[in-house]
Design a protein around this ligand. Sequence first.
Ligand SMILES: *Cc1c(COP(=O)(O)O)cnc(C)c1O
Length: 239
Amino acid sequence: MTDRKTEIAANLAKVEERIAAGCVAAARKREEVTLIVVTKTYPASDVRILSGLGVRHVAENRDQDAAPKAAACADLPLTWHFVGQLQTNKVRSVVGYADVVQSVDRARLVVALSKEAVRAGRELGCLIQVALDAGASGRGERGGVAPDGIEELADLVAGAPGLRLDGLMTVAPLTGEYAGRERAAFGRLMDLSTDLRRAHPAATMVSAGMSADLEQAVAAGATHVRVGSAVLGVRPRLG
Ligand SMILES: *Cc1c(COP(=O)(O)O)cnc(C)c1O
């Protein structure tokens, strides 16, 4: 093994242990939680290593970096998640490689995603990104829609050609009533997921938890955790 492969394998094993321990503590089956490795800022060669180590889900947050990386890894059996704030002028490109967009947070974006998914002849999975720190604007600092905007957006996605409503995503808030209270934030997301599934039973995905708080997400009931730095290392720049 190369040094990089050895390093990533060791990190991956530690993260796997943390997820497994979290599942034991929460009396959940390990298969209930899917690891998504966030590969943003890291090269396609790392994605290839991850795939060789058995990772099947990767995530990116910037189209400029993600598009060439996904193209370089098109031969790998990977599911690509887009988790960043998405401008409508990037939608055509993102729909070209993403299997799931986790950051759906406004009607205009739904319309654009639907149009491009139909054009590309593909079905795109969508998660509504929930901002638990949304201010009066109804939007979060880092994207997302306030909880009272979920229903309308979910109905829009569910009725949009080319789109499939898969569930909800959140990032633990740094401000507001949930700041520093990850477990409570993820618990709130689970309650919102329960509400959502009354109208949309197939929308079962709950994407929550990152390197620092994946245990809290597993404890709350998350189905997907998005882990970057704990697997690939601390990112050299903002991402
Ligand atoms: C970067 C990122 C992650 C991963 O964060 P780490 O702290 O590196 O694990 C998860 N979710 C989103 C939306 C991200 O942008």
